[in-house]
Design a protein around this ligand. Structure first.
Ligand code: ADP
Ligand code: MG
Length: 247
């Protein structure tokens, strides 16, 4: 049985239909990445799959007892809380000292336990959030644009850590990104979203799909070079009308 199965998902905000007709499932142990332009509904979809946002139509089914470690996209509030890293791991549920230390050490920030969240760098904060998500011993790690604001080396390092954790814990990983190339190479399966699923499959299949190239033709090369030395320079904006940039 799938860990998560979604059928016929649709979501509107006011008069705007953000998502429609979305079917997808997440299987045990796989790394699935959702890519799409800004405003294409990625965070909305992740929140519905996590069960924190109700769809207007369709259903999300979780495997019995499913544990989700969720790292949201918006961190502004949390990052400004005057709280130590160690205390932050006790939110929302108190955890043992041993578990907290082990998680911080595993993601490479053991030395930050007594530091305040205020003043952490973007990369440090991402690792602290990841450590907190690990506290539930997740069957699925959900990460919404986890490397936003990191430099290319930082992005590559972070994705490598995610792959290692997946191998160690055996959790599935569902990631959202628009830093395409790196996440694609770190993924078993890529879902290209733009209000609906435009195309999906292995990274190779998606990379060569016309729907993907229309959306991301000239795409970011980003940290690609750190993973593999391939470049795509396709100039095709013909899918752009489907989507208005939100900012
Ligand atoms: P992405 O994560 O792909 O950038 P989002 O899922 O955040 O996209 O948003 C998709 C669209 O839905 C955007 O137009 C956004 O403004 C709108 N939206 C998202 N959340 C809300 C909300 N809570 N209320 C109203 N509109 C929203
Ligand atoms: Mg988003």
């Amino acid at each position: 049985m799938s860990l998560i199965e979604a059928r016929g998902l649709a979501k509107r905000f006011g008069s705007e239909t953000v998502l429609h007709g979305v079917n997808l499932s997440v299987e045990r142990g796989e790394i699935v990445t959702i890519v799409g332009p800004n405003g294409s509904g990625k965070s909305t979809l992740l929140r519905m799959l996590a069960g924190v946002l109700q769809p207007d139509s369709g259903v999300v089914v979780h495997a019995k007892g499913l544990k989700i470690g969720y790292v949201p996209q918006k961190l502004a509030l949390e990052a400004s809380l005057p709280m130590t890293v160690r205390r932050f791991l006790d939110v929302p549920k108190r955890v043992s000292e041993a578990d907290a230390q082990a998680a911080l050490a595993r993601v490479g920030v053991a030395a930050l336990a007594k530091r305040s969240l205020e003043g952490l760098s973007g990369g440090q904060m991402q690792r602290v959030l990841l450590a907190r998500a690990l506290m539930v011993q997740p069957d699925v790690l959900m990460l919404d644009e986890p490397t936003q604001g990191l430099d290319q080396q930082g992005q590559a390092d972070f994705y490598r850590l995610i792959e290692e954790l997946r191998a160690e814990i055996g959790c599935a990983v569902l990631m959202v990104s628009h830093e395409l190339h790196v996440v694609m190479s770190a993924s078993d399966r890529v879902i290209c979203l733009n209000g609906h699923i435009c195309c999906e499959g292995t990274p190779e299949i998606v990379r060569n799909a016309p729907e993907y190239r229309r959306l991301f033709g000239t795409g970011t090369q980003g940290a690609l070079a750190l993973y593999r030395h391939e470049h795509d320079h396709v100039h095709d904006e013909s899918c752009a009308h489907e989507h208005e940039e939100s900012h």
